[in-house]
Structure formats: C-alpha cells, structure tokens
Design a protein around this ligand. Structure first.
Ligand SMILES: *[C@@H]1O[C@H](CO)[C@@H](O)[C@H](O)[C@H]1NC(C)=O
Ligand SMILES: *[C@@H]1O[C@H](CO)[C@@H](O)[C@H](O)[C@H]1NC(C)=O
Ligand SMILES: *[C@@H]1O[C@H](CO)[C@@H](O)[C@H](O)[C@H]1NC(C)=O
Ligand SMILES: *[C@@H]1O[C@H](CO)[C@@H](O)[C@H](O)[C@H]1NC(C)=O
Ligand SMILES: *[C@@H]1O[C@H](CO)[C@@H](O)[C@H](O)[C@H]1NC(C)=O
Ligand SMILES: *[C@@H]1O[C@H](CO)[C@@H](O)[C@H](O)[C@H]1NC(C)=O
Ligand SMILES: *[C@@H]1O[C@H](CO)[C@@H](O)[C@H](O)[C@H]1NC(C)=O
Length: 422
C-alpha cells in the first residue's frame, strides 16, 4: 500500500538525495497543509535508513502483520519497525511529528520519537535506556551520519567531534553549567535519565525553548554521578531545565538540530510573515550568548588558526602563513610503515588551543611534563599533535588538529607533528 500520511504539518515521504539513485524516508516540517507543501520550506527532521539508502521504485509497506517495512527496488529488506505479530492494529503520524504504531488499547508499540537521528522535535527525548545521542548529517544534501554528535550524559549533554576518536567540543556541565541552569533540582546520586526538547513553554518573560533533563529514579553507580550539578542541590525534585532562548513569539513549530558543521541550532517556522520562513531562534556557536564560533572544530576546515570568528593564519613549520581553504596539516608517514617513528618531529605554535582542550579532564592523567606529553605523541603513530598547558601541566594528544583558537596566552602550546627534515 502507498503511504500518504499528511496531517497538518508533518509528512512522511521519500526523499530524493543527490542524484537520482538514492532515497530515504522522512518527516518534513513543511508548515503547510498536506499536499500543498512546498519543497523549499520542507525540512527533513527524521530519516529511517540514513546509512543505507534505497533506489527508485523502493517500497514502504505497512503489512497486515503490523510491521512497517522498507524494501529496495530489488526486494531487499532495508529497514523495518520490527513489529510483526506484536499486536499492532494501526499506524498514525501524529501532529507533533511522531510516527506511532499502536495496539488495540492504543498503547504505543513503536514510535519514531525513540529513534532520533540528528534532530529533536518538540517533546522528543533522548533516553538512558534507548537512543542516547543525535548524530549530525554529512551535509545538507547527504543525510548519512557525519562526525558530530550530541550525547546525553550523567550531567546533562555534550557535543563531540569524531576525527575519528570522539573528543568533546562543548559540554553543559563545564562551560555554562551553573549560570544557565536556573532550576537544578536533584540529589547528587542520580544521573540524568532523559533529555527532552521543549519549546513554547511559558516562562516569566515570554516563551521558552529549553532542554528538560529528567533525573533517574534510582541511585547511580559512582561513574554515572554528575558532580558539577550536585553543587546546586536544593531538594529532591526530579528535573532540571537548561534554557536555550526565550523568544516572545509562538515557537510551537520548532526543532533542534545538530547541523553538519557541528553547530547546534534551533529552527522555528513562522508562517504568515510575508513568506513562509524558518527562523534560527538559537545557535550554540557564535551567537549572542553562545560559545565563540572559533570553537567549532572545523570552522577553519582541516587546519587553521581562528581569532575573533575569523580564520587568520595557517601555521606552517616556518611560521604563520595566510589562511586559505587549502591550509592543511603536514602529511605524515603511513602508520603501517615500520619506519614511521623515526622520521617525525614537531613544530611549536604558541598561544594556540585545540577545540577540545578545555573540555577534557587533564587531571585524569595526572600532571604531565612537556617531555612526557611529547613522548606519548611520538610513540603513537595516530597522534597528529599534542597540546600543553604550562600553568597546569595538562597534556592532550589528538589525532586531528582542525581549528586552533588563538588565545593571546603564551602558556598554552600546540606542537604539530611533521616529517623530520633530513
Ligand atoms: C520504476 O518503475 C516504473 C514503473 O514500473 C518503471 O517504468 C521504471 O523504469 C522503474 N525505474 C527503475 C529505475 O527501475
Ligand atoms: C530491527 O531489528 C534489526 C535487527 O535486530 C535492527 O538492526 C534494527 O535496528 C531494528 N530496527 C528498528 C527500527 O528498531
Ligand atoms: C490514541 O492516543 C493518542 C495519544 O494519546 C491520541 O492522540 C489518539 O487520539 C488516541 N486514539 C484513539 C483511537 O483513542
Ligand atoms: C520512583 O521509584 C519509587 C520506588 O521504586 C516509586 O514508588 C515511584 O513511583 C517512582 N517514581 C517515578 C516518578 O517513577
Ligand atoms: C502556537 O501555534 C500553534 C500551532 O500553530 C497553535 O496550535 C497554538 O495554539 C499557538 N499557541 C499560542 C499560545 O498561541
Ligand atoms: C614506535 O616506537 C615505539 C616506542 O619507541 C614502539 O613501541 C613502537 O612499536 C614503534 N612503532 C613502529 C611502527 O615502529
Ligand atoms: C594564561 O592563562 C593562565 C591560566 O588561565 C593565567 O594564569 C595567566 O595569567 C595567563 N597569561 C597571560 C599572559 O594571559
């Protein structure tokens, strides 16, 4: 059967990606009535098969056994809700964007809200027992999994970049923690058990777009405890709120997305204003109360120094050069090559910081000397650079460099691995 589920705002449809060969199926928040949806105002906010796209003439079938099954043109089963013989009697795309398969008691058997991709719709959660992270798409045109993720953690949530080892580039508890969480309400022994995106919730001075963090109803083992949040323990209630923004207009039609550039944005649909448009009502990096845009891991592409939002220099062995998109770190010998150890060296970039420097817990490895930090990077063929903070003797080894932030603090040093000159 053809599926044509078009409630007021959301649609479930095949999505044509780059070229004519691929497709996924997704919701679009079109803000328009059903079939009148215009392609340019549609945004896909969920996909079923993001890493295994189908070809033209693929089929999506809701079977009499209660299973929703996506098959490719050649009949290969690509994706399914795995709900055959589970008592499913119907399927509904609700007007909050949740696709639900329900039983005869109207109990949810499967819902797309439990399978977030890179976006959270209003009311959608990440859960300790289910999907715990959002993973960015590769690009606007390619919905498959990219390098960035938003992960739910014991103390809230954090952003990670995987190049290829995951390193944080923002964490709730460290960066804004105490100032921004205006209602911390938990005992220290409970981890965050779910985070839910909420929008248009009434706040004192307008509407609020926020992340609601529910605390687990159990005592957490030590490794799951969230010390930063504990400092503000007040009573034993069960949730904490992290506010993104308090717009003064109706933001019911919003979604939160971890974008392909690693930024976390909130999009709100504003119908009725001249043209139908999507406002960005929140942006984590480079915005009014966000983190400086230089903190985006690839703000300056694969390599470069960022200062006050601009890519200002390409740090080379013989000093700073002008930055262009061609700026790239030195190429290194292949790790499979047995001689790779002996042929490398480092050059120093003074006052430069890695995107992850302030979020990794340097204390964990104890105090490290510069020599030891250097030795670790030298002995690890996958290490591309090391970072050293003189005042705290903290050491960070990384597999990619990405965007360096210029600090104007000469005690923070970067050492970039390069091939030794003979
Ligand atoms: C898809 O199906 C239509 C109708 O059966 C057929 O004309 C078309 O060639 C098919 N496309 C592909 C790529 O197989
Ligand atoms: C269905 O089950 C398969 C195999 O266990 C699993 O890989 C897949 O993720 C499941 N699909 C959903 C939508 O949960
Ligand atoms: C089933 O539950 C949903 C969500 O609570 C509700 O919107 C819907 O109207 C219910 N359907 C029936 C047939 O009761
Ligand atoms: C928390 O757990 C207690 C004891 O198991 C239970 O009585 C209570 O209903 C639970 N509360 C919530 C909100 O789940
Ligand atoms: C906000 O917009 C939604 C959807 O357009 C509407 O259902 C809701 O009533 C509005 N809320 C307020 C407070 O105006
Ligand atoms: C590089 O050197 C380290 C220690 O000096 C050694 O453990 C490692 O095996 C060497 N790697 C290669 C590829 O020679
Ligand atoms: C560099 O940073 C350290 C620690 O944050 C601080 O103590 C020191 O004064 C800074 N130095 C300069 C030159 O800004």
């Amino acid at each position: 059967m053809d599926l044509t589920l078009f409630p007021l705002v959301y649609g479930l449809l095949f999505l044509r990606a780059t070229g004519s060969v691929s497709g996924a199926f997704s919701f679009t928040n079109s803000g328009e009535l059903g079939y009148h949806a215009q392609a340019e105002t549609m945004r896909f906010v969920w996909t079923a098969n993001r890493n295994d796209l189908v070809r033209e003439n693929a089929t999506l079938k809701y079977g009499t056994d209660g299973n929703l099954l996506l098959s490719d043109a050649d009949g290969r089963a690509v994706w399914s809700t795995n709900t055959s013989k589970k008592g499913v009697v119907g399927i509904e795309l609700r007007n909050n964007g949740n696709l639900v398969l329900y039983d005869k008691k109207n109990k949810t058997v499967w819902q797309s809200f439990d399978h977030a991709t890179d976006s959270l719709l209003v009311g959608q959660s990440l859960n300790i027992g289910g999907v715990k992270k959002l993973v960015s798409r590769v690009s606007d045109k390619d919905g498959s999994e990219g390098p960035y993720s938003l992960a739910m953690e014991a103390g809230g949530f954090a952003l990670y970049a995987s190049f290829p080892k995951p390193l944080p580039y923002w964490t709730l508890s460290f960066y804004e923690g105490i100032k921004d969480i205006f209602a911390i309400t938990h005992t220290c022994k409970k981890p965050v058990s779910s985070i839910t995106f909420q929008s248009n919730t009434e706040a004192e001075n307008g509407y609020s777009q926020m992340m609601e963090m529910r605390l687990a109803n159990f005592t957490a083992p030590p490794e799951l405890r969230a010390p930063e949040l504990c400092k503000l323990t007040s009573d034993q209630t069960t949730s904490a709120l992290y506010s993104f923004n308090t717009p003064r207009f109706n933001t019911t039609l919003s979604f939160l997305r971890l974008d392909s550039d690693g930024d976390l944005r909130m999009y709100t649909y504003s119908p009725g204003i001249e043209f139908n448009t999507w406002d960005i009502t929140y942006q984590k990096f480079g915005c009014w109360r966000g983190v400086p845009v230089c903190g985006l891991p690839r703000k300056c592409g694969g390599f470069g120094v960022c200062e006050k939002g601009q890519c200002v220099a390409c740090p080379e062995v013989d000093g700073f050069k002008g930055w262009s998109t061609n700026c790239s770190p030195p190429s290194l010998p292949n790790c499979k090559d047995a001689s790779s150890n002996s042929s490398v060296d480092f050059y120093k970039v003074v006052g430069a910081e890695h995107f992850s420097s302030k979020y990794v817990n340097a204390e964990r490895n104890g105090k490290t000397t510069l020599e030891e930090c250097r030795r670790r990077c030298l002995n690890d063929c996958t290490c591309a650079a090391f970072f050293y903070w003189e005042e705290s003797s903290a050491c960070l080894n990384t597999q990619t460099v990405g965007t360096l932030t210029q600090l104007g603090n000469s005690t923070h040093l970067a050492f970039i691995k390069t091939v030794k000159k003979v």
